[in-house]
Design a protein around this ligand. Structure first.
Ligand SMILES: Cc1ncc(C[n+]2csc(CCOP(=O)(O)OP(=O)(O)O)c2C)c(N)n1
Ligand SMILES: [Mg+2]
Length: 569
């Protein structure tokens, strides 16, 4: 017999959030959504309050990408427009998000009432699932459904539009069915068709130039140990685009992250969708597959297998499950003597990796004493200053094309670098809130947000969110006084008006005004000291910011000198 207790809709929602083991809700308050926030807090869920709903939902995105769990964001009635960017990002990238959008009263629809908006019309095209709930007793079922869709197959965002009356109305909890997660979703995963697994392995084991290209589903399915085991068993090298790092450590001899692999003859493309980062160059990043690569595409949703890729073979399945099947089948096939020697190709890619490392060193040496500070030096100094297990959240444009080339060499575990720009929509700006979410998932490790000054401007006020909530991230602003990627290699003064800001803005003072520790650097020899002090402040619980003035000239990726390298065979 259930006990009688009078509760409101917020309490019903909080019950489900608790049974889903939600630890944080990222939100901006408001009359209607407060019913959810108060009930959740009463049940021990941590509410982090932001200055902008887009910041809140981006933090949920960062939390999900770092933890692998569902990120939960909430906003009040009518504010769906402010969460569009993180919804689009997570939809493109496949981040499991649940966004709870409070709404105005159903009875007042179209009467000009405050904050009246059918938010579904905005959210439907940019979410994996979206619905509106108007029936109080069915609230738990709808929240559970949102979690099912966010996590099922390849993950993505679910949006629930919550009519005001379902939040404010009260009723007896004993009359409501509150299902547990195992009643509305299963953890069982889709396994690959065994015949197709065998065919795929025949192609892969007999290839002269095979490559494994790992995508986000290897992370979401927690399949990185299986990925490594399969690579070691077959002696096939692994790569992934630079925004999805550490699936196997960079120092592992089979990691060839960062190099051109487009001349591979067979690629196992596992857990990835059609994506600019793979089929073509993403700015100065190397192409990973070419027109002559035979692609074996593995993905959990059948409607995506084969999309755009001109595949040789398709397998529907969860990345971890398929890798497990492949390991088992490979052992059998190897014991029957199957497999071709591909050591020449192994050496070719290994040589490219060495060439890559040499190139980085060459760039550092060339620009070490360059004034203003050069991104090659700044990147090296940051890598050297942080702990080995530190996470980078990377945001901006030109500065990130440089920094991610160094960041990839640092990575030891999955998602040690989280690259904002490589979500597909490539909107700059959400780095600071994403770093806040990331830090909440990794409180015991340093989180550094490396960000362009343009990108920084979009959510700068969330520094106060970090400070106020004692979530001590360290922000490094690459300050070239403009939307630098467009400036080419010209002097700042010669750049179009709409691409530049005031010169040398003191973002460090802005940070100090918001409670943070601030550092300002123009001299290359002072970078190290400033970074050390900022990381030290963060280790003591204070959010910190290092404002580094860098040059536009000689920093632009188009003239970076990486261009020759990426097309090398
Ligand atoms: C939200 C958004 N608006 C506009 C763009 C177009 N855009 C691409 S790169 C870029 C410049 C980014 O400047 P900054 O963050 O300062 O990095 P920098 O290139 O100077 O290193 C802009 C505006 C974008 N990608 N995202
Ligand atoms: Mg800039």
């Amino acid at each position: 017999m259930k006990e009688k207790e009078e509760v409101n809709g917020g309490d019903l929602i909080a019950h489900v959030l608790k049974s889903e083991d939600v630890k944080h809700i990222f939100a901006v308050c408001g009359m209607q959504i407060n019913f959810v926030l108060s009930a959740a807090e009463k049940r021990g869920i941590n509410i982090i309050s932001f200055r902008h709903e887009g910041g809140a939902a981006s933090a949920a995105d960062g939390y999900a990408r770092a933890s692998g769990e569902v990120g939960v964001a909430a906003h009040t009635a009518g504010m769906v427009g402010l969460v569009c960017e993180p919804l689009i990002n997570s939809f493109r990238y496949g981040t499991p998000l649940v966004v709870l959008g409070a709404a105005s009263r159903t009875a007042g629809k179209d009467t000009g009432q405050l904050q009246d908006l059918d938010q579904r019309l905005v959210a439907i095209p940019i979410t994996k699932w979206c619905d509106r709930i108007e029936t109080w007793t069915r609230l738990p079922e709808y929240v559970g459904t949102a979690f099912r869709h966010a996590k099922a197959g390849f993950p993505g965002p679910a949006y629930l539009d919550l009519a005001q009356e379902v939040l404010t109305n009260k009723g007896d909890i004993s009359t409501v069915n509150i299902p547990t997660p195992n009643q509305y979703r299963t953890k069982a995963q889709v396994a690959g068709d065994p015949e197709y697994i065998r065919q795929a392995l025949k192609l892969l084991l007999n290839a002269e130039k095979p490559i494994i290209l790992a995508g986000p589903d290897v992370f979401w399915s927690r399949g990185w140990d299986e990925l490594r085991e399969f690579a070691e068993l077959t002696n096939i090298q692994v790569t992934y685009y630079l925004g999805l790092l550490g699936l196997i450590p960079y120092k592992h001899p089979l990691s060839v992250c960062g190099v051109n692999t487009s001349d591979a003859d067979v690629a196992l493309l596992i857990g990835e969708r059609p994506n600019v980062n793979i089929t073509r160059q993403f700015m100065t990043d190397p192409p990973l597959i070419g027109p002559d690569t035979n692609i074996i595409h593995v993905f959990p949703d059948q409607d995506t297998v084969g999309a755009l890729f001109n595949i040789r073979l398709g397998i529907v399945g969860n990345a971890k499950t398929v890798l497990k099947q492949m390991i088992k089948e490979t052992k059998k096939m190897q014991s029957q003597g199957q497999g071709t020697d591909h050591s020449k190709w192994l050496n070719t890619l290994q040589a490219r990796k060495e060439e890559y490392n040499k190139k980085l060193k060459e760039m550092e040496d060339k620009f070490w004493n360059h004034r203003p500070i050069h991104l090659a030096r700044l990147s090296r100094e940051i890598i050297d200053a942080v702990d080995e297990n530190a996470t980078f959240v990377v945001d901006g444009a030109n500065c990130t094309h440089w920094f991610r080339k160094w960041a990839c060499t640092h990575d030891k575990y999955p998602r040690q670098t989280i690259d904002v720009l490589q979500t597909g929509i490539s909107a700059v700006g959400p780095g600071i809130p994403m770093a806040i979410g990331t830090k909440l998932a990794r409180m015991d490790r340093q989180v550094i947000c490396f960000i362009g000054d343009g990108a920084f401007g979009q959510y700068a006020m969330e520094l106060e969110t970090a400070f106020h909530n004692r979530i001590p991230i360290t922000v490094v602003v690459a300050n070239n006084s403009g939307w630098g990627v467009f400036l080419g290699d010209q002097e700042w003064e010669a750049s179009p008006r709409w691409e530049i800001f005031e010169q040398k803005i003191r973002y460090d003072k802005l940070a100090e005004a918001l409670g943070c520790h601030g550092e300002y650097v123009e001299d290359p020899d002072e970078v190290k000291g400033a970074l050390t002090r900022a990381l030290e402040a963060a280790s003591k619980g204070q959010t910190s910011l290092v404002n580094v003035v860098i040059s536009v000239k000689n920093n632009n990726h188009q003239t970076s000198g990486f261009d020759d390298y990426i097309t090398s065979k």
